[in-house]
Design a protein around this ligand. Structure first.
Ligand SMILES: Cc1cc2nc3c(=O)[nH]c(=O)nc-3n(C[C@H](O)[C@H](O)[C@H](O)COP(=O)(O)O)c2cc1C
Length: 323
């Protein structure tokens, strides 16, 4: 029947995934999304394999927390030591991830300066070693890469062409260079070029496009116009967490105030259950704007919640009748 991505594709005709976002798309948020609008596939926040193979393992392994309801779930790894990828995967295979994704796209300074993430675009020998180590240790778990179209110049033919020779199950192409930030528009024409390259090489690798997609309607239009097998959507989920809902109105952000308040409460309940002992309440404030918006008193309520000091205080604000 093929791998998980092919299964989604044959059932739905298009893959709509949530893009991995460090500090945002954790098990808590993913479990909320499972209730209000679940994508076809989740990716974990990126896990550093060197950290996982060190004494500091406990500090990084929370990124792999998940519940079965979140499946299909793909573990995303980053690092630049092939042996550590192999060692990490040997251990996490027991958790039966639905896929292993290698991060070759991150452009955060600390990641780049250590030769990891999108710095790997400049090192095909090491990239090849990493991919081979991951494929060997994955023992049949689908392997994918998430990357960009170049480091400081467009390298679609050269870099994406190189990755397409690796017989990956899936490749996600973010249409920016490593040196570009979100103020440069995503180059979907280069993503289309990656698809043409794949077709001309007769490669079986599925390609997801990524960058600047705001909603499902746009995702499907882009699918048609640029030929990708699906897309990963990142930041837009924070403008509308209901983005993947089956209901067209919810998908467009038409959510009642009551439901918004209830969903934030549910998020906080899941936070206490899953991460109450691992993380502080303040870390959850970044989600407040996502849920509490688009109604008359939203900004007043947000201010109250942002100034609260504990989950209990937030619950008590959310239960007030005068807000
Ligand atoms: C806060 C934040 C954290 C991110 N963390 C990751 C990550 O852990 N792994 C990864 O591959 N990409 C990461 N990204 C990049 C996104 O997955 C995505 O490629 C990028 O935001 C472009 O897609 P978008 O325009 O739909 O947001 C992150 C982006 C943001 C904004």
């Amino acid at each position: 029947m093929g791998n998980i991505y092919q299964k989604i594709l044959s059932k739905k005709g298009f893959i709509l995934g949530l893009s991995p976002m460090e500090g945002i798309t954790d098990t808590v948020f993913r479990q909320v999304l499972c209730k209000i609008g679940k994508p076809d596939v989740f990716f974990t926040e990126f896990l550093n394999v060197e950290g996982f193979c060190s004494e500091g393992k406990e500090n990084v392994s929370h990124r792999l927390l998940f519940r079965d309801v979140e499946r299909p779930i793909v573990f995303q790894l980053w690092g630049n030591v092939p042996e550590f990828y192999a060692k990490t995967i040997k251990e996490i295979r027991e958790l039966k991830p639905d896929g292993i994704d290698i991060n070759m796209g991150c452009s955060v300074r600390d990641v780049l300066s250590s030769g990891r993430g999108s710095a790997l675009i400049n090192d095909k020998i090491l990239s090849n070693e990493i991919i081979q180590a991951v494929k060997e240790s994955s023992k049949g778990i689908p392997v994918s890469v998430k990357t960009r179209i170049g480091f400081d110049k467009i390298q679609t033919e050269d870099w994406i062409g190189f990755l397409l020779e690796k017989d990956l199950d899936l490749l996600t192409v973010h249409g920016r260079l490593s040196k570009e930030n979100y103020s440069t528009p995503c180059r979907w024409d280069e993503i289309k070029r990656a698809v043409s390259l794949r077709d001309s090489m007769n490669s079986k690798t599925l390609i997801l496009g990524n960058g600047d997609i705001r909603n499902i309607k746009q995702a499907k239009e882009y699918g048609k116009n640029f030929g990708v097998d699906g897309v990963l959507i990142g930041r837009a989920i924070l403008s509308n967490p209901w983005l993947f809902s089956d209901d067209s109105k919810r998908r467009m952000g038409m959510i009642t105030k009551k439901e918004r308040l209830e969903t934030l409460s549910e998020h906080l309940r899941i936070f206490i259950k899953e991460k109450g002992k691992l993380d502080i309440f303040n870390s959850q404030k970044k989600y407040i704007k996502a849920y509490i918006s688009n109604f008359d008193t939203a900004s007043d309520l947000r201010e109250l919640l942002m100034n609260s000091n504990s989950v209990e205080e937030a619950f008590s604000i959310l239960s007030r009748r005068d807000i």
